[in-house]
Design a protein around this ligand. Structure first.
Ligand SMILES: [Zn+2]
Length: 160
């Protein structure tokens, strides 16, 4: 094998992981909008929570008492984040889930209160959803404490 070809192969081998990583990133179609565009489709309350990382008052969302079968979608981009069979009554006053659909959220540390908390966002539009805690029920032990205003509910009968 000629030396030059060998070097080319090595470079290709080194680049391959980055190429496939990029291909993976492209599979997730992000929804990116300007502040003005978000304000057109969200009301003030939704904008405060999704785009300014706000938190609604407990027991303020009708979704807290939603018991029907169906999906909970991000209100910003309509991506299904949770199913009704992932929901449980945490008694906190916020819609709570012990699991989410795969590849739909990302987490980051929030230092707004004295003790750092883990907040999570919709992976598609990066809208703020809520905070995740380690005191949820099995099988995950997680409690995704979600703002109802960040979600919209679609009953099972209306799901595609
Ligand atoms: Zn979203």
């Amino acid at each position: 094998m000629k030396k030059r070809k060998f070097i080319k192969l090595i470079i290709l081998g080194l680049l391959l992981p980055f190429v496939s990583l990029q291909a993976f990133a492209q599979q997730i179609k992000k929804v990116i909008k300007s502040t003005a565009e978000w304000k057109e489709i969200l009301n003030n309350h939704q904008f405060y929570i999704l785009r300014e990382e706000g938190t609604e008052k407990p027991f303020s969302s009708p979704l807290n008492d939603e018991k029907r079968e169906g999906d909970y979608l991000c209100v910003g981009c309509k991506t299904p984040l949770f199913s009704s069979n992932m929901k449980f009554d945490s008694g906190t006053g916020w819609p709570s889930f012990f699991e989410h659909y795969p590849n739909t959220i990302f987490t980051k540390l929030d230092f707004k209160l004295l003790i750092p908390r883990t907040e999570y966002h919709c992976a598609i539009c990066e809208g703020h959803q809520g905070h995740v805690f380690d005191d949820g029920p099995q099988p995950t032990g997680k409690r995704y404490c979600n703002n109802g205003a960040s979600l919209t509910f679609t009953p099972k009968a209306m799901l595609k």
